[in-house]
Each structure stands twice: as C-alpha cells, then as structure tokens.
Write a protein that binds this ligand. Structure first.
Ligand code: AMP
Length: 284
C-alpha cells in the first residue's frame, strides 16, 4: 500500500517530526542527497531502513560545494519525481529546505577538514569539501539521526564525513554503501544525464581503467606504472581530459604503490563538459 510522502522545508518542521518519532521510541536514519535521484540513492534509503525505524532523505542542491565555473545552476532539479521514488522506496520524510533556510543572511561559518580533503577531488575542486562538510554538519545537527548513509561512489567525501563527525563528536553513526552501476559498469550518477549518446558509450571505459589497475596490482605491478598508463587509455577511449587516476590507502587515503594493504583506486575524468568520478577497492 502506498502512502503519501511528507515534505518539510524548515528546520523547525523537521525537528518537530523527529521529536514526534523519538517520543515513540523510534530510531532515525538520514540520507543526504542533492536530488535527481536514481537507484543508487534509493539503495542508500534501503540501507537506512535496515538500520532505523524512520528514514529522512534530504534533497538540497548545496551552492557552497560548487565552484564558480561548475554546474550549480544547471544541476537537475526534479522534486516531484524524487518524492515519488522516495515514497516507493519506503522513505518516511523528504526534507527539502530552501537556500535561505540553510544559509540565512549573515551566514559566516564553514567547516574545513585537512588531510583527507587534500589531493584527488580536493585539488581539482578548491572549496568543494569545505562546502560538503559544512552542509552535512548542518543537516546532521538539524535532524540528529542515529545513522546517516553515504555512498562509496564519493569515496573521498565519505572519508571527509567520517573524519569531521569523529572530530566534532557528532553523535551519528556514518554508514558507507556500495556503488550501484548501470549494466555496462558506469556508476549511476545524476550527472550521467548530461552525457551525449556518444559520450555515454565511452563512459564505461572509466571503470575498465580502474579494473585494469586492480588486475595489474594483483599481478605485482606498481601504481606509479599503472596509473599513467590508465590515463593514456582514457584519453584514447575518448575522454577529453583526466583530472587524476590514483591508488590510495583505503583507510587513510595516503598514496599507495602496491595492494598489500586494502587500497582504493580512484579516478576523475571529463567527457565533454561532464566530469565523472569512480573508484573501486582492491587488495589487503
Ligand atoms: P548526490 O546527490 O550525488 O550528492 O549523492 C547523494 C548520496 O548518494 C551520496 O552519499 C553519494 O555518494 C550517493 N550516491 C551517488 N551515486 C551513487 C551510486 N551510484 N551508488 C550508491 N550511492 C550513490
């Protein structure tokens, strides 16, 4: 039986709803998103439902995590469809605040996380992780869920979120969830909608490059040989440019040469104007 999904737009309404559930002894899970939802996002909702009685999904296209030349204004916004998908997945509440609700006049605070925010996407997108850390801190404090679920698709982001929740004693358990992929291996992403048919056909080469590196590491080759080769393969496949292809320690995100310990192989590359990121685990 379907039930209507409630939508709230203010922090006060969100807190009232959470208090109502808490008074009944229920636990709360949260799934922060920027909307334009796909099955990957819905898998996070399903995971949250496994760990909590009630699930709140937030949809907020956060301006502070986009650079001046990035896609904030054209980022897909489709709230009615998102609400339908969330309802079907069993989500209980959609929190969809306005920019003014999240960043009232005079807003002057930001959370910056050193170490794990540096390198990889942190170098290519200055200020991005500070924008993410600030908005996720706010969302977690607004809702104060028991658990919050984030995708491994954004692996560095997950590491940043784990770091600041621990450092700031935010009393929320952070859960990671595996990346959902299209049949040809492309990681699901709201930004895949930007791809032309030609670029969409090239896109699976990103995962192939990562799995090629994993195979190489398993047979004893070193990251410093494998990664530059993968960059060449991506350019040859039709990517316009490659931001990085790197092997990092899966826990600390420090550079790794071999897969003796668990590593993460991470890449970001551009197809036309669209920037795709992906990563896989290996070794240990
Ligand atoms: P976004 O709306 O793209 O900022 O993503 C919201 C959440 O969904 C983040 O925790 C992402 O890591 C996660 N996510 C995005 N794509 C996927 C995917 N293909 N599989 C699993 N989780 C994902």
């Amino acid at each position: 039986m379907s039930r209507d999904l409630d939508i709230v737009r203010s922090v006060a309404e969100l807190r009232a709803r959470v208090r109502y559930w808490r008074d009944q002894g229920l636990t709360i899970g949260m799934v922060p998103t920027m909307g334009a939802l796909h099955q990957g996002h819905l898998s996070l909702v399903v995971k949250a439902l496994e760990h909590a009685d009630r699930v709140v999904t937030s949809v907020f296209v956060n301006p502070t995590q986009f650079g001046p030349n990035e896609d904030f204004s054209r980022y897909p916004r489709q709230e009615a469809r998102d609400a339908e998908l969330l309802e079907g997945a069993g989500c209980h509440l959609l929190f969809a605040p306005t920019v003014a609700e999240m960043y009232p006049d005079g807003f002057a605070t930001s959370i910056s996380v050193s170490g794990v925010s540096e390198g990889l996407c942190g170098d290519v997108r200055p200020g991005h992780f500070s924008g993410v850390a600030t908005v996720v801190t706010k969302l977690l404090l607004q809702c104060l869920p028991d658990v919050a679920v984030f995708g491994e698709k954004d692996y560095q982001q997950l590491a940043v979120i784990r770091r600041f929740t621990r450092d700031l004693d935010i009393p929320v358990a952070i859960l990671g969830a595996p990346t959902l992929r299209e049949a040809d291996g492309l990681a699901m992403s709201s930004r895949n909608a930007y791809l032309s048919a030609g670029d969409r056909a090239v896109a699976p080469a990103l995962l192939r490059a990562l799995t090629g590196i994993a195979d190489g590491l398993r047979s004893g080759a070193r990251a410093s040989d494998l990664c530059p080769r993968a960059v060449g393969e991506l350019l040859k496949a039709g990517f316009a440019s490659v931001d990085y292809v790197e092997v990092r320690d899966a826990d600390t995100l420090t550079p790794a040469e071999t897969a003796e310990r668990p590593v993460r192989i991470l890449a970001a590359a551009r197809l036309g104007a669209t920037r795709l990121i992906d990563n896989i685990g290996c070794g240990g």
